[in-house]
Design a protein. Structure first.
Length: 138
């Protein structure tokens, strides 16, 4: 897929990134490091928009049509992500199309407005195409 988020450090009680298990359609292909969008009921797909409600970062590959209908997502750690637009250290970070990280500006009427669209915060300043280090905390 390209632009997958790369784990640097995993946190949590077992240093496993506090993985959560979600339902995923058997036909869906997802690579490890893909930003996952949350749908009701507790189902995920690959995220394609900045205003998505996020579930976390895929902790494993999900190959289509193998009869597997669940996937784990990391929710706690430090990750590297490609920036889309300017990101300043300390700013909130969301995901967007092609798994890139963007600044998590508050957008009225969206998941970002209630915090469900925020993945974490930037640990460095980055511009478009540069690598941003993100503290994921969901």
């Amino acid at each position: 897929m390209g632009n997958e988020w790369v784990k640097v450090e995993l946190y949590g009680s077992n240093n496993d990134g506090e993985q959560r298990r979600y339902t995923i359609a058997d036909a869906t292909a997802v690579s490890q490091g893909t930003v996952l969008a949350l749908a009701d009921p507790r189902t995920v797909t690959a995220s394609t928009a900045a205003t998505t409600t996020f579930a976390g970062i895929a902790a494993e590959d999900h190959n289509p049509n193998e009869g597997v209908t669940s996937i784990s997502a990391w929710t706690d750690g430090v990750f590297l992500a490609v920036a889309s637009g300017g990101i300043t250290v300390g700013w909130s970070v969301a995901g967007c199309e092609n798994n890139k990280a963007i600044s998590g500006a508050i957008i009225a009427g969206s998941a970002l407005n209630v915090g469900a669209g925020i993945l974490g915060y930037a640990l460095n300043t980055a511009t478009t195409g540069q690598t941003a280090m993100v503290r994921l905390k969901m």
